[in-house]
Design a protein around this ligand. Structure first.
Ligand SMILES: NC(=O)c1ccc[n+]([C@@H]2O[C@H](COP(=O)([O-])OP(=O)(O)OC[C@H]3O[C@@H](n4cnc5c(N)ncnc54)[C@H](OP(=O)(O)O)[C@@H]3O)[C@@H](O)[C@H]2O)c1
Length: 177
């Protein structure tokens, strides 16, 4: 038996890392399906371009400069969603970075950046939007993980570790709600 999915039209979705790649493509797809998309990333020129294009095609889109390593930026992005759309139905924690190198190269700055963006960024997205979802009595998280959360490969140890963490955080959140 197939299950009928609820309609997406009119729902409000916040997407981090929406200035390129999977985040931008997701924003375009969901806006086409009638969702109000609230976009966050650091490159505001790219965000503005996407928002303008989506609005020109009749979509509902807003954006705010967001660095996911800063909790206050995620709080401001969620506040924008509340201000312009009244709620947050879905939070897509998509922003992520994947610089590859062998551990023996000791690229410690890159390790820290992956931990800050891929793990702390997801936690900040949860911290910023869970309170409003609790108040509303509904909400969904989509935390973008990777095949790297299941299979570790050379030069990707730290990236995979961050995606293992994303899976653990997502499963813990699922169990608690
Ligand atoms: N592409 C793949 O094959 C693949 C496979 C498995 C999983 N993933 C995961 O999918 C997600 C998206 O990856 P992608 O391939 O679409 O990468 P991408 O094209 O490089 O896009 C990454 C996005 O993350 C944003 N970002 C990076 N650092 C940020 C920060 N500090 N604050 C806010 N936004 C930040 C970038 O925006 P700004 O630079 O403008 O901030 C950009 O919009 C990541 O979590 C990645 O790990 C990708």
């Amino acid at each position: 038996m197939t299950q009928q999915l609820p309609p997406l039209s009119g729902k409000v979705v916040v997407i981090t890392g929406a200035s390129s790649g999977i985040g931008e493509a997701t924003a375009r797809l969901l806006a086409r399906q009638g969702m109000h998309v609230i976009l966050g990333a650091r490159r505001t020129d790219r965000l503005e371009q996407v928002v303008t294009e989506l609005r020109t095609r009749g979509g509902r889109a807003d954006a705010l400069a967001t660095d996911v390593t800063r909790l206050e930026d995620l709080q401001a992005l969620v506040a924008l969603a509340e201000q312009v759309a009244g709620r947050v139905d879905v939070m897509i924690n998509n922003a992520g970075v994947m610089p590859l190198s062998a551990l023996e190269a000791l690229k410690i700055d890159e390790w820290n950046r992956m931990i800050d963006v891929n793990i702390r960024g997801v936690l900040h997205g949860i911290a910023a939007s869970l309170p409003i979802m609790k108040r509303q009595g509904h909400g969904h998280f989509v935390n973008v993980s990777s095949i790297g959360a299941y299979h570790v490969s050379p030069t990707a140890a730290v990236y995979c570790a961050t995606k293992f963490a994303v899976n653990a955080i997502s499963e813990g959140l699922r169990q608690e709600q």
